[in-house]
Write a protein that binds this ligand. Structure first.
Ligand code: NAP
Length: 353
């Protein structure tokens, strides 16, 4: 499995919908895939790159085909390995949640024989075949084909004060942190105007007294249904044409306020809040590739051939958010993961590997 003499046929890096779907297809094609699901480290927790990816940080998934609203509790109990099921959050009976969907996909991949390493790939060498991959734990793996499915992570504005108060009221994941006592019955800020920002703001109103949705323009980017959700929620107030300029606080209390700057003039306002949530888009997790695959100006892996998952290196495929800055949906990622496994399978067959 690691430090191998015999190269792996398929190594999959990433454990979101693309990674697990690729694993299901590769395993059923008897390619014995090895999947690196990511390491459980504090750094990964802070950057939102823990195993099971971004969906593990969301709530209900209402748009993944095949999972209408209903009580899935019995299905989850009977399909997921008992030990893992015990440590999952209880099912709340409103259809499938992001973490549940990911656990179901993982289980399906395991059922067909996928081997899973709880480790990050931190270095790749695509200049020689078989390819060489090095993990955070220092293990090396050789592979004839590699599927990159490492997804993307939440962006921050890059303010010094954001960094200072991470873990003390600044977060990019309402679902992970929203229920903490410091946010309950308090006023909070969410920055952004897309679907994520509205989703986070809406979720936070379960706990918060009020959520200020701070958007830099006078129109939300979010879809119509999500825009309506923001308008309908009495606990959400949209602060139009403003940008977060500084997170205010102190060492003892963490976040105590925010300085908001107008994007139309030089005016500023200060608001008392105990939390600041960023929901301003994502960055693909491609740093470990160190320039060995072609990426675009935003860092996304480029797929040069239409309707294929081929990257700039033959035998290396890419699927999901890491190579998609346009659709970015669980279901499109899953479809792309399937395509990547089929592409790898055909390559291996053509090469007689
Ligand atoms: P997004 O659609 O790219 O929206 C990012 C938002 O952040 C935009 O409103 C943008 O403002 C703002 N922003 C970006 N950089 C900023 C900066 N430096 N300062 C202030 N504001 C900044 O990203 P997303 O909301 O994460 O959504 C990503 C994808 O996932 C989308 O396809 C979305 O539909 C999907 N998604 C769907 C759901 C759902 O259906 N329930 C939930 C979450 C995400 P501007 O508008 O001015 O550019």
């Amino acid at each position: 499995m690691s430090d191998t003499l015999v190269p792996e046929k398929v190594v999959i890096i990433g454990s979101g919908p693309a990674g697990w779907s690729a694993a299901i297809y590769a395993a059923r094609a008897e390619l014995q895939p090895l999947l690196f699901e990511g390491a459980i480290t504090e750094e990964n927790r802070l950057s939102g790159t823990l195993p099971l990816g971004q969906l593990a940080l969301t709530t209900e998934v209402e748009n993944y085909a095949g999972f209408p609203t209903g009580n899935l509790a019995g299905f989850l109990d009977s399909s997921i390995d008992k030990q893992r099921r015990q440590i999952m959050a209880p099912h709340e009976g409103r259809g499938v949640s992001g973490p549940e969907l990911m656990e179901l996909m993982k289980q399906q991949a395991l059922n067909f024989g996928t081997r899973v390493m709880t480790d990050d790939i931190v270095k790749v060498d695509f200049s020689q075949r078989p390819f060489t991959l090095t993990s955070l734990e220092g293990k090396t793996t050789q592979a004839h084909t590699v599927i990159i499915a490492t997804g993307a992570r939440a962006n921050y504005l890059g303010l010094e004060s954001e960094e200072t108060f991470k873990n003390m009221g600044v977060s990019a994941c309402a679902v992970c942190d929203g229920a903490l006592p410091r946010f309950r019955e308090k006023q909070l800020v969410v920055v952004g105007g897309g679907d994520s920002a509205v989703e986070e703001a809406d979720f936070l109103t379960k706990f918060a007294a009020k959520v200020l949705l701070v958007h830099r323009r006078d129109e939300l980017r979010a879809s119509k249904i999500m825009r309506q959700r923001a308008v309908d929620n009495e606990k959400i107030e949209i602060v139009w044409n403003h940008q977060l300029a500084e997170v205010l606080g102190n060492e003892q209390d963490g976040v105590t306020g925010a300085r908001l700057k107008s994007t139309l003039d030089d005016s500023e306002q200060q608001v008392d809040v105990t939390g600041v949530f960023l929901a301003i888009g994502h960055t693909p997790n491609t740093g470990f590739l160190d320039g060995q695959l072609q990426t675009n100006d935003k860092g996304y892996v480029v797929l040069p051939t239409a309707s294929r998952t081929y990257t700039s290196v033959e035998g290396v495929y890419s699927a999901g958010d890491v190579s998609d800055d346009y659709y970015r949906q669980a279901i499109t990622s899953a479809g792309a993961g399937c395509m990547a496994a089929l592409d790898a399978e055909r390559y291996l067959a053509a090469k007689g590997l």
